[in-house]
Design a binder for this molecule. Structure first.
Ligand code: DON
Length: 316
């Protein structure tokens, strides 16, 4: 089916599918281990789908602002790859899923001491934050923001101060992961743990709507070229690496199930956001703050499954 007729059909059916998915929000709840995230509306659900000509189909609470949380890790990984190359990044983080929770310490001690299994778990993303070029943490954060603003096509994109502070003041486990990385020389002598964590908390707190996420995902769907400006923002190889991690580790330890049920590269965050894409066709942003027991938006996954099954979007 052409994008145009598919999007026409989507525009017609989306409100009905969205309300059906909204009904499962009562089976989940917003994350509260970062206290500020606990205030999000539990029954909210919104989605934006954008195609390569900039046509947008949207439904539900897509005006809701939320922080990217782990969705940001896809783009800090890409920026680190652009700064350090594949070798520089894969010296510090591995390429394998863990099967454990995103903040687990378990495998850090078991295999290749200290080296995080992949860049999308917390330990791996903290290591990636240390690889972003910049002399000071503020400079690293500015470079991350500049890159995200370009991808989202919004110069006003910034981080949410309240969420940043809320995470920074309660992140005992992330602190322990970071000190563990330092002890194992994954973070170097020059890397001040608190400074690297500051970069990490700030990029997790970058505030967006579904439209920003869909716009950023569209660049990935088009292998690094922004179809609306024609500019190449990311080398194709780095998009390939990022999308592969999205398939194998993007939905935490539910990535296998998501690959079977939905079949698209995706990355979720504990704020309830999901970024996904249909290769060569659409960028998609979803928000649904109520999470399932794996930490993914319960209604967001439900909705994406309905769409993927109906339109036969699975890559596999
Ligand atoms: O570090 C944390 O716990 C949050 N800033 C992000 C966690 C998240 O979204 C899930 N991570 N893979």
């Amino acid at each position: 089916m052409s994008n145009e007729s598919e999007l026409n059909q989507l525009a017609q059916k989306l409100p009905e599918w969205l309300e059906a998915s909204r009904s499962v929000t009562s089976q989940g709840r917003p994350a509260s281990y970062i206290p500020e995230l606990g205030h999000a509306p539990a029954d909210a659900l919104g989605i934006t789908v954008m195609d390569g000509s900039g046509r947008v189909v949207t439904s539900g609470d897509c005006g809701l602002r939320f922080t990217m949380q782990s969705i940001s890790k896809v783009f800090t990984l890409i920026l680190a790859l652009m700064d350090r190359g594949e070798e520089g990044v894969f010296q510090k983080v591995g390429m394998e899923p863990t099967g454990d929770d995103f903040n687990s310490m378990l495998k850090l001690e078991l295999v290749e001491p200290g080296k995080p299994f992949n860049p999308l778990i917390n330990a791996g993303a903290i290591a990636v934050s240390s690889l972003i070029h910049g002399v000071t943490p503020a400079e690293k954060t500015e470079r991350i923001l500049a890159f995200f603003r370009e991808l989202a096509d919004d110069a006003s994109l910034t981080y949410n101060e309240a969420v940043y502070r809320s995470e920074s003041s309660t992140a005992h486990r992330n602190r322990s992961l970071a000190y563990f990385l330092k002890d194992n020389q994954v973070l170097t002598e020059a890397d001040e743990v608190e400074e690297i964590l500051d970069v990490y908390f700030k990029h997790c707190s970058i505030e967006v709507t579904c439209r920003h996420v869909a716009r950023m995902a569209l660049v990935l769907a088009m292998n690094g070229t922004d179809p609306l400006t024609g500019r190449t923002l990311i080398p194709r190889r780095y998009v390939q690496i990022a999308k592969t991690f999205m398939v194998s580790c993007g939905m935490y330890n539910a990535s296998g199930e998501f690959a079977i049920r939905v079949g698209l590269p995706a990355k979720s965050g504990v704020s309830g956001g999901i970024m996904t894409l249909v290769p060569g066709r659409y960028g998609i942003g979803v928000i649904g703050p109520a999470l399932n027991d794996k930490g993914n938006s319960i209604a967001g996954v439900h909705l994406l499954q309905s769409l993927s099954v109906h339109f036969d979007w699975s890559m596999f």
